[in-house]
Design a protein around this ligand. Structure first.
Ligand code: NAD
Ligand code: UFG
Length: 337
């Protein structure tokens, strides 16, 4: 079975490619490298011991996608490609609607034109907005507080409409919580452009000395120690969720919406301490004002994924931090030499 992996050179995509190949899937990566480097796929090639076919192209470009579908008999798509920075989406909403929504629309058109109607889509816990309680189940009310989140919400709706129009479509919406960590080899990992927005890359860059000090955004939330609580999930567990979703796809007769999280929340200070313990590094921090748009607490009820995919996250916070640090310490400049 041949899988097209859009955004396959990116953080989650590159880790998922490894498990797909190990599970026996043939894959082809499709990426425009707007937020990734070809080096990530070369390193994945080394890990899996074979050359993964790679098509450089943009999901908004019909010709690019058609090239992929004409070169390979593609049975299903895992659709990671998209822009993902919340703050940037507020500054450049049209870029997010164009890349994420229009790009997905074109992808679906080209898929349909080639008789490929199976897609796993990267959604996000952001579609729950500010949840009324935790843990969060898939039937919680949906909302969005920024253009990035709205693009995910709209794509979910678009894919549901597609299924209503044609029940041959097989659609799985995976709502990720907070992916961190890296492949155990330490050769691939998250390589953000510029100053990291997300907690773990910022902590790791502070530990290595690229950043002077972590700002902890708020210590007056109603949480265990006043700092924000999130459901951090090891990227390899997340990758495994995609393989399980593909394995089960043919057994579903509706659009499946599935949380991928661990079910356990950690505060910023708890993550910081876990990172210090596993890396042996001291990470200086200051308490800073709350970040606009942040919520106090967000963690999944992952029981539906367990029931429907027989999947659950296996790695704990220490392993996540250890693997993040192995990647960061062996690649202080990410993929840039
Ligand atoms: P990433 O930026 O590392 O990967 C996205 C990849 O898509 C990159 O390789 C980029 O070059 C590519 N891409 C972007 N626009 C493209 C286009 N128009 N055509 C072709 N390729 C394009 O991000 P990631 O963390 O791996 O996230 C993957 C997906 O998961 C995204 O859709 C993201 O919104 C979603 N997601 C991520 C998180 C997270 O915290 N990382 C959480 C929830 C959901
Ligand atoms: N935080 C800090 N300092 C930092 C960065 C983050 O204190 O320098 C705190 C935040 O305030 C929050 C926690 O660390 O309490 C996690 O923040 P992240 O930016 O790492 O993650 P978010 O939960 O804000 O958002 C992430 C992705 C979103 C996605 C969401 C749910 O960035 O795109 O997870 O999947 F939608």
């Amino acid at each position: 079975m041949r899988i097209l992996v859009t955004g396959g050179a990116g953080y989650i995509g590159s880790h998922t490619c490894i498990l797909l190949v190990e599970a026996g899937y043939d894959i082809v990566v499709f990426d425009n490298f707007c937020n990734a480097s070809k080096e990530s796929i070369l390193r994945v090639d080394k890990i899996v011991g074979k050359t993964i076919p790679l098509i450089e192209g943009d999901i908004r470009n019909k010709e690019d996608l058609t090239r992929a579908f004409e070169a390979y008999a593609i049975d299903a798509v895992i659709h990671f490609a998209g822009l993902k920075a919340v703050g940037e989406s507020v500054e450049k909403p049209l870029a997010y609607y164009d890349n994420n929504i229009y790009g997905t629309l074109i992808l679906c058109e080209v898929m349909a034109a080639h008789g490929c109607k199976s897609i796993v889509f990267s959604s996000s816990a952001t579609v729950y907005g500010d949840p009324h309680s935790t843990p969060i189940t898939e039937d919680f009310p949906l909302s969005a507080t920024n253009p990035y989140g709205r693009s995910k919400l709209f794509i979910e709706e678009m894919l549901r409409d597609l299924y209503v129009s044609d029940s041959e479509w097989q659609i799985i919406l995976l709502r990720y919580f907070n992916p961190i960590g890296a492949h155990e080899s330490g050769t691939i990992g998250e390589d953000p452009n510029g100053i990291p927005n997300n907690l773990l890359p910022f902590i790791a860059q502070t530990a290595i000395g690229t950043r002077a000090c972590l700002s902890v955004f708020g210590d007056d939330y109603d949480t265990v120690d006043g700092t924000g609580v999130r459901d951090y999930i090891h990227v390899m567990d997340l990758a495994d969720g995609h393989v399980k979703a593909l394995d089960k796809m043919h057994t579903f007769s509706e659009v499946m919406t599935i949380n991928l999280g661990t079910g356990k929340g950690y505060s910023v200070l708890e993550v910081l301490k876990a990172f210090e313990r596993t890396s042996g590094k001291n990470v200086p921090y200051v308490i800073a004002p709350r970040r606009t748009g942040d919520i106090a607490s967000c963690f999944a009820d992952p029981s539906y994924a367990q029931k429907i995919l027989q999947w659950r996250a296996k790695r704990g916070i220490e392993e996540m931090c250890k693997d993040s640090w192995r990647w960061q310490s062996s690649n202080p400049n990410g993929y840039k030499c």
